[in-house]
Design a binder for this molecule. Structure first.
Ligand code: ARG
Length: 461
């Protein structure tokens, strides 16, 4: 970056040049150069609109568009030198346009302000990022659906309070994660509707005295419509907050998945093996294989929530309309996009490669009397009221704890001591496979239901 303070586009009313530190302190080019493509797209549409309503000539618009396209190429080839003196992406590009094409370039900013320009750029940028993130969520959802189908018959313990509760299908567990991501996906698409509204034409805050055609510009840029109120259009950052709220929810979900993967890959659970390429070792303990990827994703979820809170705090004290405070919206937004994109990507890469330790999961599912509810349901089917059945099974479990015996390991005579309605058909309900197969309704964990749910989930994608 150069430090060219010679001529500011707004220099006319000033008698001294900007303090060198203030120039650095107020500049945003260090991070908003990321908006260059969208800034150029917005300017090209604006120039075409100006010609369409005869504010500039077609020839002038042609020169401006060509100049901007050349600047785009310069930036993409790494040949553009950003100037801190020119403060932000908007003035850097405009100054370069004037340098390249001369006086015609000075007409581009007619009927426009950096205030409606930056709001437009940010919306165009976020719209693209939402589309990319939605595709990334789809990729992860697909990986989970594939895994659910493959592992519909694999049994693991289901937990409540992190205590073994009932056996469940591993595939069913994967589809629980997928259900969270389906909502996340919908939230992003819903947020996109409110992102896709065009601030251009609001100019600084009150609109412009030129006979602009906002609907024309909105069509060129693919916006649903121009924003309805100029003061709101330049000052509103709800769409950034809304996106970051949706992102914080997604990261919270990924953090919960991470926590489970970390637990499951520990020696104490040993349900899964994460692929080596997603883990690291310890510099002192040669035996270690650490689940760094899920740990980092869990950690990064905190910072995305932090960005959401920063943005809410950024906005809450601002009077209408644009205030320089708004420049602080970009770094939290950009970091949220990057963090979310990276986390979704690494999860989608990792999930298909995890190895299941089926035997350990089954052994764990057998512990903790996980089929006790099945025995109670069995007693109900034999005519006992559920509360009485609950009491009977409770006594059987206490006997099992005292004698270190699971329900399925007791003899018929031992079980009949608790209730004489128990027959030898009881053992079918006490097995893990019998237990999960019995939960055979939509939304239940029976493997056939899991396979059907996977098909439906795939259809909804
Ligand atoms: N760099 C500024 C931002 O990010 C652009 C808008 C500046 N507008 C102004 N009136 N200073 O918000």
């Amino acid at each position: 970056m150069t430090d060219d303070t010679s001529s500011k586009p707004w220099g006319g009313r000033f008698t001294e040049s900007t303090d060198a530190f203030v120039e650095d302190f107020t500049a945003s080019i260090g991070f908003d150069h990321r908006l260059y493509r969208h800034d150029i797209a917005g300017s090209i549409a604006h120039a075409r609109m100006l010609a369409h309503v005869n504010i500039i000539t077609d020839a002038e618009a042609g020169e401006i568009v060509e100049g901007l396209e050349r600047i785009l190429a310069e930036i993409e080839q790494g040949n553009f030198s950003w100037s801190v003196g020119l403060e932000d992406i908007h003035m850097n590009i405009e100054a370069r346009l004037i340098e390249r094409i001369g006086d015609t370039g000075k007409k581009l900013h007619t009927g426009r302000s950096r205030n409606d320009q930056v709001a437009t750029d940010l919306r165009l940028y976020l719209r693209d990022e939402i589309d990319a993130l939605a595709a990334a969520i789809c990729r992860l959802r697909l990986a989970l659906i594939d895994l659910a189908e493959r592992e519909a018959d694999s049994i693991m313990p289901g937990f409540t309070h992190l205590q073994v509760a009932m056996p469940v299908s591993f595939g069913h567990h994967m589809l629980a994660w997928e259900a969270m991501l389906e909502r996340d996906h919908q939230r992003l698409l819903d947020c996109r509707k409110r992102v896709n509204s065009m601030p251009l034409g609001a100019a600084a805050l009150a609109g412009t005295s030129f006979p602009i055609d906002r609907a024309f510009t909105a069509r060129l840029l693919g916006f649903d419509a121009p924003a309805t109120n100029s003061l709101d259009a330049v000052s509103d950052r709800d769409f950034v907050i809304e996106f970051c709220a949706a992102a914080a929810l997604i990261m919270m979900h990924l953090s919960r998945f991470s926590e489970e993967l970390i637990l499951w890959s520990s020696a104490q659970f040993s349900f899964i093996e994460l692929p080596d390429r997603f883990c690291t070792g310890s510099s002192i303990m040669p035996q270690k294989k650490n689940p760094d990827v899920p740990e980092l994703v869990r950690g990064k979820s905190g910072r995305v929530t932090g960005h959401l809170v920063s943005l809410l705090m950024l906005m809450k004290g601002q009077p209408l309309a644009y205030n320089k405070d708004n420049q602080e919206d970009k770094e939290p937004l950009f970091d949220t996009v990057d963090t979310l994109a990276g986390s979704l990507r690494v999860f989608a890469d990792m999930m298909p490669a995890i190895q299941l330790r089926h035997d350990n999961m089954r052994t764990a599912a057998r512990q903790g009397f996980s089929t006790a509810t099945d025995l109670a349901d069995y007693l109900v089917r034999k005519g006992i009221a559920f509360r009485d059945a609950h009491e009977i099974v409770g006594r059987a479990v206490r006997y099992g704890v005292d004698n270190d015996k699971d329900l399925a390991d007791m003899t018929l005579a031992e079980l009949q001591a608790f209730s004489d309605v128990i027959g030898d058909d009881v053992f079918a309900v006490l097995t893990l496979d019998g237990s999960i197969a019995a939960r055979n309704h939509a939304g239940g964990t029976a493997p056939d239901q899991v396979r059907a749910a996977a098909i439906h989930a795939r259809e909804r994608l």
